[in-house]
Design a protein around this ligand. Structure first.
Ligand code: P6P
Length: 338
């Protein structure tokens, strides 16, 4: 009976969020409406990404398609889909996208109380070889949506009300936190619904995997170099960690969240602020890690305490299992004292 009940008690992401939102009486469903539009965007991108390979085969992507129209690149297409979905939700007033140099201020008639920061298709350079890629998003409440200001998009990550990512891989998985834990949903294409498959995700306290681009080792600072050395040649007789680096943030972070370990994109001499963007890569992933019992560190401070000055600024990031991040924090603290 219980198995059957499980199968028929389909907990969709919409029902789940409605339950969550019922705890925040004041929201009047606005968040649920906003989220349903983000989910719509993810479903569209999932289907477009899955066809990408085929599109190339029948000459759609990149070249002209059967109607002779120039087929848009997937990341441009994904960005347009998310911008249109978010604006039409009537619940946003300022948007920051990785694809748009300037913040998008929503027209007054369609304004709501949320600011959404997002990377519509992170890791898109990996599409052609079939590596998993993803959409990353963070949501802030803004003070006065009649007068959206750029400062509304430059809030510290700790003020986010929700964050998540959707990974387009062997299955389409949406991982979300609205501030009380992390839950994972998998798209059932036959229903067109995201079903709760990973309730209350908690990251292992310590992991056996480190994830970094070793090709940058020459340019690392001492604490990062020391930490990676410890992963490979542990002094305390413990076994060395495994290196897993996919080069697609959503895939590397999703594996870290489920299996444990640490993901690093350090600063280096070439890029003193690292490579990953604060608003729509570092903050959402750090928010999720903390909600799952892990932590996220910039080399100087707790990642979510950072106050961005520019919407596309970058930051070094070390995130994952609580104990693993503690170790690299200790090495940076030592360097401060020296
Ligand atoms: P590197 C992909 O281009 C991306 O923005 C992230 O998804 C990924 O974590 C990172 O860059 C990979 O960067 O320098 O290791 O190739």
């Amino acid at each position: 009976h219980s198995a059957d009940a499980h199968r028929t008690d389909l907990m969709t992401i919409t029902r789940f969020v409605l339950n969550e939102q019922s705890k925040h009486a004041e929201s009047r469903g606005d968040f649920t409406i906003l989220l349903s539009h983000i989910v719509l965007g993810c479903k569209f991108v999932c289907s477009a990404v899955n066809k990408a390979g085929l599109a190339k085969l029948i000459g759609l992507a990149g070249e002209t398609n059967v109607q002779g129209e120039e087929q848009k690149k997937l990341d441009v297409l994904s960005n347009e889909v998310f911008v249109k979905a978010l604006v039409s939700s009537g619940r946003t007033c300022i948007l920051v996208s990785e694809e748009d140099e300037l913040a998008i201020v929503v027209e007054p008639s369609k304004r709501g109380k949320y600011c959404v920061v997002f990377d519509p298709l992170d890791g898109s350079s990996n599409i052609d070889c079939g590596v998993s890629i993803g959409t990353i998003f963070g949501i802030y409440m803004i003070k006065d949506h009649s007068e959206p200001k750029l400062e509304d998009a430059l809030q510290p990550g700790k003020d986010m009300v929700a964050a998540g990512y959707c990974m387009y891989g062997s299955s389409c998985t949406l991982v979300l936190s609205t501030g009380s834990g992390v839950n994972g949903f998998t798209l059932d294409p036959s229903l067109g619904e995201f079903i709760l498959t990973h309730p209350d995700i908690k990251i292992p306290k310590k992991g056996k995997i480190y994830s970094v681009n070793e090709g940058n080792a020459r340019n690392w600072d001492a604490p990062t170099a020391k930490y990676v050395e410890k992963c490979k040649f542990p002094k305390d007789g413990s076994s060395a960690k495994s290196l897993r680096y996919i080069g697609s943030m959503v895939a590397d972070v999703h594996r870290t969240l489920l299996y444990g370990g640490i993901f690093l994109y350090p600063a280096d001499k070439k890029s003193p602020n690292g490579k990953l963007r604060v608003l729509y890569e570092v903050f959402p992933m750090s928010f999720l890690m903390e909600q799952a019992g892990g932590q996220a560190f910039t080399g100087k401070e707790r990642a979510l305490d950072l106050v961005p000055k520019k919407i596309h600024e970058r930051s070094p990031i070390f995130l994952g299992s609580y104990d693993d991040v503690e170790e690299i924090k200790a090495l940076y603290a030592e360097e401060q004292k020296a």
